[in-house]
Ligand binder design. Structure first.
Ligand SMILES: *Cc1c(COP(=O)(O)O)cnc(C)c1O
Length: 408
């Protein structure tokens, strides 16, 4: 294996042309698209038109004439195609944290009499925090058990099993169909956080018989910083599920100004307030590129990039203190790769200073993401060579690389 081999893989890559759909700085190796996706080239012009024409000139008429009011559903329908759901099962709204709260509360409303919510130790912290807050408010219990005990802990008291499909640190995937079936066998529901799945792996929510799901807009969907999130409610649950945030956009007729709440009969019941139109427009630009490329193709290439990265790091950086986190089998992973290292934080800073952008996850994890739309095989080769140089010279042994930033 050498750089020429990586270049040959790029030359034969059917997704190679999509790199030009993104505005990436020359010379930068961006391996953090799993945390903040790259900027779609179409986004700046789209936002400019939205701001100057739709907002600036057409003003309030744009709610009707520019499709603003339908945007949460229109963009939701597009996301549905990436995650294996039907149109009308997905809507864009709020943040992932807020959507998780709404749907976990919705699960309690679908399973009256059951008061247990189950998740795993090491689930992403906002997910655990939100479930803790909901449990306290709703008089429910949150049971947080070791990964290997989750399925066995589902019982007749369990209303909901809430898990993240691709783990934020290890990239390990849950078998969504198997866990959902285990939940259903006990009469419980399954809620999947797809934050590291949507736009990375071709999802199959309907195939897995999933009940509920949430996910993030600014990671592999390339929706921009703070992009609105999405949520999924299986069609069979939509008539009965109740959102605890019964705002006017979730009303059957928001503009009838009725004195009391009456939920919409469809996925719109999960909306709360006025949709963030600027954020939705940027998100739609990112999603349109994914739909053109196809989720399956992005997954296949991303997995090939991850496999190459693991192989090159283990061959060329052996004996330098890196330890792979999560499964070695690519079939059981999402599109990021983490290595533990005792000086993980400073190591990541030294790489960033050399133009290789990954991120650090406490306590000791250096994490690298491989979105198939814009990362090249040659980038993987170059990143590993720079990593090797940093490890061999202990380039992070400098005060500048030890100082922690607010956001890592
Ligand atoms: C990124 C991520 C989130 C993000 O939540 P926000 O509400 O957007 O801050 C939530 N859950 C998981 C598993 C994530 O990876």
């Amino acid at each position: 294996m050498d750089r020429r081999h990586a270049e040959a893989l790029d030359a034969a890559d059917p997704l190679a042309r999509f790199r030009r759909s993104f505005d990436l700085p020359e010379g930068l190796i961006y391996l953090d698209g799993n945390s903040l996706g790259a900027l779609p080239r179409t986004a700046a012009a789209r936002i400019d038109d939205l701001v100057r024409r739709e907002w600036g000139r057409d003003l309030i008429t744009s709610w009707n004439t520019a499709g603003w009011i339908e945007a949460p559903q229109r963009v939701g329908d597009k996301i549905a195609r990436l995650i294996g759901a039907q149109a009308n099962e997905v809507v864009v709204a709020d943040s992932t944290s807020v959507n998780l709260f709404k749907l976990a509360a919705g699960a309690l409303s679908l399973r009256p009499g059951r008061r247990k919510i189950l998740t795993e130790i090491g689930n992403f912290h906002t997910d655990v925090y939100v479930l803790e807050g909901l449990a306290a408010l709703a008089g429910a219990t949150l049971e947080i058990v070791p990964t290997e005990d989750v399925v066995g802990a589902i019982d007749e008291q369990t209303a909901l099993v809430a898990l993240t499909h691709v783990h934020y640190a290890s990239a390990r995937t849950w078998d969504m169909a198997a866990v959902t079936a285990a939940a259903h066998a006990k009469g419980a529901l399954a809620l999947w956080d797809l934050s590291h799945t949507a736009g990375a792996l071709a999802g199959d929510l309907n195939g897995a018989d999933a009940d509920l799901a949430v996910g993030c807009g600014y990671k592999h969907l390339n929706g921009g910083p703070g992009a609105p999130a999405f949520l999924f409610v299986a069609a069979r649950h939509q008539a009965a599920v109740r959102s605890p945030l019964s705002g006017w956009m979730g009303h059957a007729e928001p503009f009838a100004f009725e004195p009391h709440f009456r939920p919409a009969a469809d996925i719109r019941a999960q909306l709360c307030g006025t949709p963030p139109i600027l954020g939705l427009a940027a998100l739609e630009c990112g999603i349109d590129i994914l739909l053109e490329a196809s989720a399956a193709a992005v997954e296949a290439k991303g997995k090939a990039l991850c496999a190459l990265f693991i192989q090159l790091v283990e061959d060329r950086c052996a004996g330098r203190g890196l330890r792979l986190i999560g499964p070695r089998d690519i079939a059981e992973r999402g599109l990021h790769v983490s290595f533990a290292h005792p000086d993980g934080y400073a190591l990541v800073q030294a790489l960033i200073a050399r133009g290789v952008v990954g991120d650090f996850r406490a306590p000791d994890i250096a994490r690298f993401g491989f979105p198939g739309l814009y990362v090249r095989y040659a980038d993987v080769w170059d990143a590993v060579e720079i990593l090797r140089e940093v490890l061999e010279t202990r380039a992070w042994d400098q005060p500048a690389f030890q100082a922690r930033a607010a956001v890592t």
